[in-house]
Design a protein around this ligand. Structure first.
Ligand code: NAD
Ligand code: UDP
Length: 327
């Protein structure tokens, strides 16, 4: 039984997952924007189980109530339907600012809204952090490096982004969000952290979000062709996430990655090559030496284990959909 299944059992039985007791001094009031999404809901689980008070703010553009439903009604938990483009007035000690669509089809669906979310939304959250004296963590992205010319990418690389291309609403939106964080830190003394997250997969990622892992798994499970864009020789570093935030890094070529997912699913799907996506970064891989040295962070979950758990999750989701389609 995996962790997500374990957590959903609690929502089924109306009991809550076990929560640590924290003294008032150690217990923080934490705001998670985008907390009903894939990464945000795992972070919610981690911070709730650690004993903190968590407020999730989400407009449910790509997130779902189902991702956090096992906490609804808990005295330490609150879910607020709110768009971060509008100001928010609450009292908190820490802010994890994750609200933003993350997959290319989702962020390209309404580029102006993506820009507003990452600029005005981030400005609102920094304004809130300044007013209440909270520390803010921005979930930034490896996309700030664009189609990188330096490999692997370390924290000091400035990137290579097309400012008017189809991905710019997200890439430039996150770049300016980072700029805002450092401006608030330098000018107003707000304590900020910026995490440049690379491609992440795992349970609770949206099945139809158009990213490569969800596409390949869904296609393989449904017996449809696995769609490789371009030559399939692009690379990404993947990390697998659950509430224990275990991570893995692996560098597939997508033609080989498609083969691997096909064999794990035991699928008879064939592999189909489609035209290359515009401005698709060709090679991407983080230099993790600094994170290892300063934070002790290291990827630990092997790729096949992460993929197998994600495949099981997607199979259950398909079953759930089939059972609920007439409700
Ligand atoms: P996701 O789409 O599952 O979650 C994003 C959440 O933000 C959703 O719940 C969505 O409804 C919410 N949201 C979007 N716009 C909002 C708005 N205007 N107001 C309030 N809520 C809003 O995506 P994810 O994969 O969980 O990504 C979370 C964060 O991590 C994002 O900021 C993303 O840019 C960043 N990130 C993710 C990855 C990845 O591979 N998953 C990689 C790099 C960075
Ligand atoms: N990709 C692919 N087939 C798909 C979806 C994506 O070959 O069905 C490729 C895409 O062109 C890119 C890589 O997989 O080179 C990762 O794409 P994804 O959208 O998952 O993430 P991002 O481009 O944002 O890193």
């Amino acid at each position: 039984i995996d962790e997500v299944c374990f957590l959903s059992l609690y929502s089924f039985t109306q009991k809550y997952p076990p929560v640590k007791f924290l003294s008032e001094k150690d217990r923080k009031r934490i705001l998670i924007t985008g907390g009903a999404g894939f990464v945000g809901s795992h972070l919610t689980d981690k911070l709730m189980m650690d004993g903190h008070e968590v407020t999730v703010v989400d407009n449910f553009f790509t997130g779902r109530k189902r991702n956090v439903e096992h906490w609804i009604g808990h005295e330490n938990f609150e879910l607020i339907n709110h768009d971060v483009v509008e100001p928010l007035y609450i009292e908190v000690d820490q802010i994890y600012h994750l609200a933003s669509p993350a997959s290319p089809p989702n962020y390209m669906y309404n580029p102006i809204k993506t820009l507003k979310t990452n600029t005005i939304g981030t400005l609102n959250m920094l304004g809130l952090a300044k007013r209440v004296g909270a520390r803010l963590l921005l979930a930034s992205t490896s996309e700030v490096y664009g189609d990188p010319e330096v490999h692997p990418q370390n924290e000091d690389y400035w990137g290579h982004v097309n400012p008017i291309g189809p991905r710019a609403c997200y890439d430039e939106g996150k770049r300016v969000a980072e700029t805002m964080c450092y401006a608030y830190m330098k000018q107003e003394g707000v304590e900020v952290r910026v995490a440049r997250i690379f491609n992440t997969f795992g349970s609770r990622m949206h099945m139809n979000d158009g990213r490569v892992v969800s596409n390949f798994i869904l296609q393989a499970l449904q017996g449809e062709p696995l769609t490789v864009y371009g030559s399939g020789s692009q690379t990404r570093a993947f990390q697998y996430t659950l509430s224990n935030l275990n991570l893995l890094i692996y560098l597939p070529f997508f033609s080989r990655f498609a083969q691997l997912i096909k064999s794990l699913v035991v699928s008879r799907s064939h592999i189909q090559f489609l035209p290359e996506a515009q401005d698709d970064p060709q090679r991407r891989r983080p230099d993790i030496r600094k994170a290892k040295m300063l934070l002790g962070w290291e990827p630990v979950v092997p790729l096949e284990e992460g993929l197998n758990k994600t495949i099981q999750y997607f199979s259950r989701e398909l079953e759930h959909q089939a059972n609920n389609q007439y409700i």
